[in-house]
Design a protein around this ligand. Structure first.
Ligand SMILES: *Cc1c(COP(=O)(O)O)cnc(C)c1O
Length: 377
């Protein structure tokens, strides 16, 4: 049986034409052309001075932390509820992740919890725009103002979202995007770091190219660093997708609207509706079921799979993952972050792939309602 997919891109002849051109022309005098165009167009889109194309969002977060000089002994605050890519780079640089709780309404980083997690070692906050929704980044910026703490926005899931009219990717010292195949726009694998900070931009360019000073032609490396680059074919794919970004975001919004119409008023089911200040680009539709229904995500996913529907569990609280079993800060987090721990077992990602048609969304809604009805009966 062919399953209704959870996530996946929309690829048209436009993308195929650009990638083909890059494969043909992205060498010799054409090398670097698609990167330059992709980076310039991306910076212009989010309204930042600089954009650097990278092999992943994980690499973008890694470089942002490294370029900021964050290392052993430093603490970086990250939300409990996100993909591990948001937090893993904290350990790459030798710093300690501190897991803060999320808001019950937005499921995004709670400023009050961040405040409680601040210490004299805090050097950065990784604020995640979860499922296309956004935390109150204005409140977070006020909270750290004058304290030398950097906000790094993980906008991997939120291209096209806006908080109080401001686009995701324009907050804090720097923002990171992902172009993984599951995200709203894709380059296959890929990411982007954007910033207005000239010094950070310069430092990231050295760190991502094996420690070669910018413009170096003598291959003299001044430090041991990283190799984080994107190919011309990926940049071409990204440029073509970016040229369709309004269309892609509109498709995501239409998918969410389809779910909201059928599931928006259902007792015991909460969709990830954005707060009043946010216009979400709805990367992924998420349903959280009232614990009183007795339906946990594993059971719902299994029942959906029997109806030909692929789904995913909501993110697990990071501090409870085996990966962080030995992380000293995870013990306090497991006690503290009750909102994230309360939501996660009852949340299911519903199919949100860009290729879905309204009949498929309808089938998912009907199936989920059927599963809930059986639980109530
Ligand atoms: C997908 C994702 C990432 C990682 O992106 P990659 O490009 O796969 O490294 C980081 N943070 C969040 C919130 C994500 O959803």
């Amino acid at each position: 049986m062919k399953m209704i997919p959870v996530a996946g891109p929309s690829i048209t002849e436009h993308e195929i034409e650009y990638v083909t051109r890059a494969a043909r022309e992205g060498w010799y005098e054409g090398a670097g052309e698609f990167h330059a165009r992709f980076e310039a167009a991306f910076a212009a889109y989010v309204g930042r001075r600089h954009a650097i194309a990278l092999p992943s969002c994980t690499a973008a977060l890694h470089l942002a932390l490294a370029a900021r000089g964050i290392g052993p002994g430093d603490e970086v605050i990250v939300p409990e509820l996100t993909w591990i890519a948001s937090s893993a780079p904290i350990r790459y640089v030798g710093a300690t992740p501190v897991f803060a709780d999320v808001e019950p309404e937005t499921w995004c980083l709670a400023p009050a919890s961040v405040e409680a997690c601040l210490s004299e070692r805090t050097r950065a906050i990784i604020a995640v725009d979860l499922y296309g929704n956004m935390p109150d980044l204005d409140a977070l910026e006020r909270l750290v103002a004058g304290r030398g703490i950097a906000i790094i926005e993980d906008a991997a899931q939120a291209i096209g979202s806006r908080l109080r009219g401001r686009l995701a990717g324009s907050f804090g010292l720097a923002s990171a995007f992902s172009f993984h195949g599951s995200k709203t726009m894709t380059t296959g694998e890929g990411g982007m770091l954007v910033t207005d900070d000239d010094a950070l931009h310069e430092r990231v360019r050295v760190l991502r190219d094996h420690g070669r000073p910018v413009g170096d032609r003598r291959f003299i490396n001044t430090e041991v660093a990283y190799k984080y680059k994107m190919s011309a074919m990926q940049a071409a794919l990204g440029l073509a997708q970016l040229e369709r970004i309004d269309e892609l975001v509109a498709m995501k919004n239409a998918i969410f609207a389809g779910y909201a119409q059928r599931l928006g008023e259902v007792e015991g089911l909460t969709l990830n509706r954005p707060g009043p200040a946010v216009r979400s680009s709805h990367w992924m539709v998420n349903a959280v079921l009232d614990p009183r229904l007795g339906l946990r995500s594993e059971g719902v996913m299994e029942a959906l799979a029997q109806r030909g529907i692929d789904s995913r569990p909501m993110f697990q609280p990071l501090s409870g993952l085996p990966a962080y079993a030995a992380e000293p800060t995870a013990i306090a987090a497991r006690r503290r972050n009750l909102v994230a721990r309360g939501l996660s077992p009852f949340g299911v990602n519903l199919p949100s792939a860009l290729v879905l048609d309204p009949a498929q969304v309808e089938h998912v809604c009907r199936s989920l309602l059927d599963i809930i009805e059986h639980a109530v009966a």
